[in-house]
Design a protein around this ligand. Structure first.
Ligand code: HEM
Length: 385
């Protein structure tokens, strides 16, 4: 993928991918262009402003399933502002710092389980996956024991963006039924968690509609665990591929934060999903973009743009001034960025402290998942001694 992006960046950086129903889908690949796109108010998220319901049915990028319909990720101001304001307090740096001891405890517990596990260790299944899902479940107030169900639902939902699986409708319904039951329980017995806070806002009526409540929880569950698992695993994989830097990091943990940033840049966990609709006809870097065109920003490509980053294809944990776009930019900048960064830091610190000899298992054959929205590995088998 990276060499494909590189050639497009040079040859046709605003690349027309396809044309359907008079609308072009564009791929934006250069750092400066991606940045401008994400900051621009001419590109919007809510397609209902652009297409009539009849036209929308024809649009392949549209999914009419209810629990996704009102995610803050997919709406524009003023709805976006209202929704983001509701949850922002839970994710600001101060609230996230307060979670540090708990995240550490979760990491320590997983490490103990790894120590005592018989058979091969998969850094994803045994560590990188459960850590963020336990943390986000506790923050939301969702029982962490149910995490295997979320994993299945969430995998199907993310995969559906690429290819519709038969189980999709079933899984979405199961997810929605599960949430209805959980909301009912929590309404009767409010706790000090995000779901209780959202239910309170929903009761007050003006701040959150019922549909938005479902979408918000689904978004947070998916965003909270399909991405951070990849941040941890992708960074570890990049380190395994660069043994000198792995050694340096094990000896000096002060580079962990910059290693995480470099992991985010080098193997960006989110790629193709940062998309917008053109809200008006415009000329963008010399290309005529029409109202209703679909525009995809490739964060992976932007983060490897040699016009922005020196030795862009080199993994370097000591890189300075690493202004990658892995968390997006502008009003939709990742809400969970402080949480993801903290989880990444604690994950690496804890792994290196507990297992100073951790290395890729000789039999391991890491393979990227074939989902183009996200960059993540299927497995990452490791040995500890
Ligand atoms: C938005 C990446 C972790 C919640 C975004 C966007 C990106 C991103 C690129 C912007 C999408 C766009 O502009 O179209 C990542 C990466 C993560 C991560 C790389 C981990 C390494 C998390 C976590 C959470 C989260 C842990 C929450 C628990 C969200 C939400 C939005 C968002 C709610 C939508 C914000 C809005 O529309 O205002 N994320 N994310 N993310 N992310 Fe993350």
């Amino acid at each position: 993928a990276y060499s494909f992006y590189q050639s497009i960046r040079h040859q046709d950086p605003i690349f027309p991918m396809s044309k359907q129903y008079n609308h072009t889908s564009w791929l934006i690949t250069r750092y400066d262009d991606v940045k401008e796109l994400l900051k621009s108010q001419s590109f919007i998220k809510d397609q209902s402003k652009l297409f009539s319901p009849a036209e929308r049915e024809k649009n392949p990028n549209d999914m009419e399933i209810n629990i996704f319909q009102h995610m803050m990720l997919d709406v524009d101001p003023p709805d976006h502002t209202r929704l983001r304001r509701l949850v922002q307090p839970f994710f600001n740096p101060k609230s996230i710092r307060a979670m540090e001891p708990r995240i550490q405890t979760v990491a320590d517990t997983l490490i103990e389980e790894m120590r005592h596990k018989d058979g091969p260790l998969d850094l994803i299944d045994d560590f990188a996956f459960p850590l963020p899902i336990i943390v986000i479940s506790e923050l939301l107030g969702v029982p962490a024991e149910d995490r295997n169900s979320f994993r299945q639902w969430s995998n199907t939902i993310v995969a559906a963006a690429d290819e519709f699986e038969e189980s999709f409708i079933e899984d979405v319904q199961a997810f929605s039924t599960y949430l209805t039951k959980l909301f009912e329980e929590r309404r009767n017995n409010p706790q000090d968690d995000l779901i209780s806070k959202l239910l309170q806002a929903e009761e007050e009526g003006e701040k959150l509609h019922t549909q938005e409540l479902y979408s918000m929880v689904v978004l947070l569950i998916i965003a909270g665990h399909e991405t951070t698992v990849n941040l941890i695993a992708n960074t570890m994989y990049a380190l395994f591929q660069h043994p000198d830097q792995l050694k340096q990091l094990k000896e000096d943990h002060s580079f962990i934060e910059s290693a995480i940033e470099e992991g985010l840049r080098f193997y960006s966990p989110v790629d193709f999903s940062t998309a917008r609709w053109a809200g008006e006809d415009m000329s963008f870097r010399g290309k005529e973009i029409k109202r209703g065109d679909f525009v995809v920003a490739s964060l992976s490509s932007a983060n490897r743009d040699e016009a922005k980053f020196e030795a862009a294809d080199t993994f370097d944990i000591t890189r300075k001034d690493n202004q990658h776009l892995a968390f997006g930019l502008g009003i939709h900048f990742c809400l969970g960025a402080p949480l993801a960064r903290l989880e990444g830091k604690i994950a690496l610190q804890t792994l290196f402290t507990a297992f100073p000899y951790i290395h890729l298992a000789p039999s391991a054959q890491p393979k990227w998942k074939e989902i183009f929205l996200l960059r993540g590995l299927e497995k990452l088998e490791v040995e500890l001694t």
